[in-house]
Design a protein around this ligand. Sequence first.
Ligand code: CA
Length: 224
Amino acid sequence: MRILIAEDDPVLADGLMRSLRQADYAVDCVAAGDQAEHVLLAQTYDLVILDLGLPRLDGFEVLRRLRHRGSKVPVLVLTARDAVDDRVRGLDLGADDYLTKPFDLPELEARVRALIRRGQSGGGSTLSHGALKLDTAGRRATLKGVSLDLSARELGVLEVLMHRSGRVVNKEQLAEQLYGWDEEVGANAIEVYVHRLRKKLEPAGVTIRTIRGLGYLLDKPEHE
Ligand code: CA
């Protein structure tokens, strides 16, 4: 799950980024409206957290252009206290929800979870791999109907592997799904997630193969 934060207050942006990364989201951060526009043209996000008062291009205009291009990505706008007109205008332009500053981080995290769920129920789907199912909207995997206990990042790895079942996925593709741009990805981090996932899946006969020098491959199920 990838989130873009567009916020020019560095303290607030940093707090948001830390708290969302702790919840295992991949988070990118920009501090100006033109930068937000630029990255939104280049990268797909599951959620945008958009401050309305941004330098160079304000949040309203970023939002207006985003919706004009037909993007349905969920947008949570951040507004100043008492700025009722801003809230209304933001919602009119196609924002999905708003939060008034200052807000508590747990409140923000709850809104983020709800918006991501809602965003995905439109485009969400169930991936299948034999008896293994992954509900991309509910963020839940089951094996023969029994829930698997997977962390958000293990689920992220599994989702990429299932999307490309039978084909090799390299570590860069996995890292791109799991981390923000400026996050240090430890050399072994991906291997650790794959290792944990493998331990949870192998007893059920689902095999993640390591293709030396290339990446990983989820073996095709023997029978559907
Ligand atoms: Ca601002």
